[in-house]
Write a protein that binds this ligand. Structure first.
Ligand SMILES: [Zn+2]
Length: 212
């Protein structure tokens, strides 16, 4: 059996240990944030206002961009994603906050070229999107209207949205009425938040506002 003196000594030792652990922990930077060792030229301050506006995330947003080394996915080259490049990617190009550089510049160019030169159909969605946008530049004929109707049934919602934008650009009374009907049919909140009717209503509203 331990004496009271022994027990008191143990309690004191335990307290010291905990205080020491707490002290080191409170000086540790948040492990999720990039460590800023010093204000070096290869660091860039993040514009939090821009990040908050364009990135909807539960994760932490960067305070600083720090050069990140990476290995090119295609050729295995040792590369560095510079702070400036990161700032541009997240704040100007609005790249996804969880995305990061995976290929060196040379491999990116090769890949882009390969995607482009695989021939028609390699980027079907892109081609159809461009076609629909081009249709919006001219007065609609019967064929153009039929194409927009078909696009409204596309499996790609993004193409349907472009169809809505094209309708707004034409701006015929009948089409404007249809867009207004879409806006009016916007479903109220509920279980299925992410449904086409809601996306359509928002796209139609944006397109109508842009017309005015
Ligand atoms: Zn590479």
């Amino acid at each position: 059996m331990k004496s009271n003196k022994q027990r008191r000594a143990e309690i004191k030792a335990h307290r010291r240990q905990r205080a020491a652990a707490l002290a080191t922990r409170s000086f540790e930077p948040d492990a999720r944030l990039p460590r800023v060792v010093a204000y070096l030229p290869d660091q860039e301050r993040a514009d939090r206002a821009v990040l908050l506006r364009y990135h909807n995330t539960y994760g932490p947003l960067p305070v600083f961009y720090v050069a990140r080394p990476f290995v090119c996915r295609d050729c295995g080259a040792q590369e560095v994603w510079t702070a400036k490049q990161q700032k541009w990617w997240y704040e100007v190009a609005h790249g996804h906050i969880d995305s990061s550089a995976v290929r060196c510049l040379a491999c990116r160019r090769v890949r882009r070229e390969r995607l482009r030169s695989t021939g028609p159909g390699a980027n079907l969605l892109g081609e159809q999107t461009n076609r629909l946008r081009a249709l919006g530049q001219a007065r609609p004929n019967e064929k153009a209207v039929a194409e927009v109707e078909a696009a409204l049934q596309s499996k790609w919602w993004s193409l349907r949205v472009v169809a809505i934008q094209t309708m707004a650009r034409w701006g015929d009374a009948e089409q404007v009425e249809r867009l207004k009907a879409m806006v009016a049919a916007r479903p109220a909140g509920g279980r299925r938040y992410w449904c086409w009717e809601r996306v359509a209503a928002d796209a139609a509203m944006c397109a109508l506002i842009r017309r005015e």
